[in-house]
Design a protein around this ligand. Sequence first.
Ligand code: COA
Length: 295
Amino acid sequence: ALKVVLEEIPAGAHPMDVMRTGCSMLGNLETEQDFSEQLDHIDRMLALFPGMINYWFNFSHNGIRINVDTEADSIAEQFLWTLHNRKPKPLHIEVMHASLILYAEHEFNASTFTGRVCASTLSDVHSCVTAAIGSLRGPLHGGANEAAMAMIENWRSADEAEQNIMTMLARKEKIMGFGHAIYRESDPRNDIIKEWSKKLSEHSVDEYLYAVSERVEAVMWREKKLFCNADFFHASAYHFMGIPTKLFTPIFVCSRVSGWTAHVMEQRANNRIIRPSADYTGPESVDWVAIKDRP
Ligand code: COA
C-alpha cells in the first residue's frame, strides 16, 4: 500500500515531501495503538525509510520498480543498494556509516524540538516524525548540504570559487554549510566528514570539487571567521558516491529519525505539555471596521 502511494507522487515533488507523505502513510497503515509499541514502530521507520525514498526516486525518475528486499545488513548499505539497485562498494558503506552516525542526534535543534512538542501532546510516533520532517525541510536546517552542493558545483577551480565567495560575501549573502546556532569556533563533525570526502575524492574522478571545497573553507575562515558545519563536506562526499543532490536531505531523515524518536521516548517517559507563552507586541487597541467598510 505504501508503494502504491509512492508511485502516485510525481518526479517533480520535493523529496522531503515524499518522506513526509511516506512517513504519514505508514502511520495510517501501521498506526501506533499504544506507546508500548513504540520501539517496533521506530525500528520499522529506521528500516523502511531508505528503501522508501529510493523506491519513489527510481520509479518516478527511471520508471523502475526496485527490489527493496535486499541483502543489506545495515541502514547505510540499504540506502546505497536501493538507490543504485546493486551491492555498494565497501568504502561507500563505511562513509555512509560515518555520515549516518554524525547526523543521528544533535540535541535541541529545530526539528527535534518540533518532534518533541508534538510528543508532548501525547500524539503518535508517526505524527512526531512527520512534524520533525517538516522542520528539517527548511534550508536553514537540513537543506543546507543540498544548497552547498548547488553552490560548489558551479565552480571549476579553487580560484573561481574564491572570487565568487568574495562577491557573495560583499553582497552579504549567506553561504550555506557555514556557521552554527550553537557552536562558536568549529563544528566537531566537520573534521570527520571532511576526511572521508578527501578519501573519496582520491578514489573518484574528481578534478576540482574537493579543492573547491577546501578553498571555500579557507576563505570563509579568513574573511569571516566562519567555519564549516557538518553539512559542507557532506555535499562533496555524497556527490562522490553518486548520490543525487535532491536526496541529501532525505538521508538526513533516515539518520535523524533515531535522534528524534529517542527524544519522543524521553518526553513520553516524563511528560508535560510544551506550551510556551508569547508577549504580544501589537497595538493596544484598534477600532472595529466591518469587512464591507474596509478600503
Ligand atoms: N554565511 C554568511 N554569514 C553568516 C553565515 C553564513 N553561513 N552564518 C552566520 N553568518 C553571519 C550572520 O549573518 C551574522 O551576521 P550579522 O551579525 O552581520 O547579522 C553573524 O554571522 C553571526 O551569526 P550567528 O548568530 O552565528 O548565526 P545564527 O545563530 O543567527 O544562525 C545559522 C545560525 C546556522 C542559521 C546560520 O549560520 C546559517 O544560516 N548558516 C547557513 C545555513 C546552514 O549551513 N545551516 C545548517 C546548520 S547545521
